[in-house]
Design a binder for this molecule. Structure first.
Ligand code: ZN
Length: 298
């Protein structure tokens, strides 16, 4: 009998050009370095720790990466959508562009991976009722774009400050998100029928167990937050990015990625940190995928 709550590890496959676009460096050609370096490293580490992972994939790359995507599915991982082209801001896109990003990415990823695509995560967690309606309408069964912490407000403000001519950051209801429910729930209203899987945060301070923060806070603080989330009898969603296992010295990495959290750390240190986190999660929880969690609830 299952007595432990589940944990889901998820990894956003943001490419280097998309990360740099988030820093206001536009018009870069698609870069495939994460697929050649970071993703294989992550797959090896997941296999070592016996963990499945949900890979939120930018569908622009689906066709070129179909062999890799199919290997991931065969290894027990889930492919989900992280939009077609990862445009930012996302929730203020025109209706037809939004439809291509949401419904178009589902079709492209399904074809390339040979698997059903059940989940969506918006670029920079930028969702509102319009986006949720599109996600439900496209036939997804879950969304994983809610980041229920005031840290989201800080992150959106900093994105706003470093970009030129970005639309309003308040096209999404930042404050409603920041203080919304911390555990998975069924959506009603816009997005009705979808299950929402928020990124895990601690109970009172809402400190997120989001891997980028492991680079921005002292390790003991981060590990204490992770332990406190793991101690609670609640599901855990742990989110990272492929770039977390990228090295600046990897062939083909645009050196402007040096501004990204963790990029200046030695790869061995980053791998060791992630191994420690994965080991703690695997020891405390039944690891699964979001799609399996939705199926189990139904
Ligand atoms: Zn992203």
């Amino acid at each position: 009998m299952r007595t432990r709550p589940f944990a889901v590890i998820s990894c956003d496959l943001d490419t280097v050009d998309r990360h740099l676009q988030g820093y206001g460096i536009e018009d870069l050609p698609p870069c495939d370095v994460i697929y050649r370096t970071a993703v294989p490293r992550l797959l090896e580490l997941l296999s070592e720790c016996g963990l499945p992972c949900v890979f939120f994939t930018i569908a622009r790359d689906a066709h070129d990466q179909r062999t890799l995507l199919r290997e991931m599915v065969a290894a027990g991982h889930e492919i989900a959508s992280h939009s077609m082209t990862h445009p930012q801001p996302f929730s203020s896109l025109a209706e037809n562009a939004l439809n291509l990003e949401v419904a178009g990415s589902k079709a492209a990823l399904s074809e390339a991976s040979g698997s059903e695509i059940a989940g969506f995560r918006a670029p920079a967690w930028d969702i509102n009722d319009r986006v949720l309606k599109q996600i439900a309408g496209a036939g997804y069964s879950y969304d994983a774009s809610v980041f229920p912490t005031p840290a989201l407000i800080a992150s959106r403000l900093s994105a706003y400050h470093r970009s030129e001519g970005m639309g309003s950051i308040f096209s999404m209801d930042l404050f409603a998100h920041a203080f919304s429910k911390r555990t998975p729930y069924k959506l009603t209203g816009a997005g009705s029928g979808l299950t929402e899987f928020p990124v895990a945060v601690t109970r009172w301070l809402r400190f997120p167990t989001y891997h980028t923060l492991a680079y921005l806070t002292p390790k003991p603080v981060f590990m204490r937050a992770l332990r406190s989330v793991l101690k609670r009898n609640e599901p855990l969603g742990y989110e990272l990015h492929a770039a977390d296992l990228l090295a600046l010295s990897d062939e083909g990495v645009d050196q402007r990625m040096d501004r990204h959290p963790g990029m200046k750390l030695p790869l061995e240190d980053k791998t060791a940190l992630l191994r420690e986190i994965f080991t703690q999660i695997a020891a405390a929880r039944d690891a699964t995928t979001y799609r399996a969690a939705v199926d189990r609830a139904a």
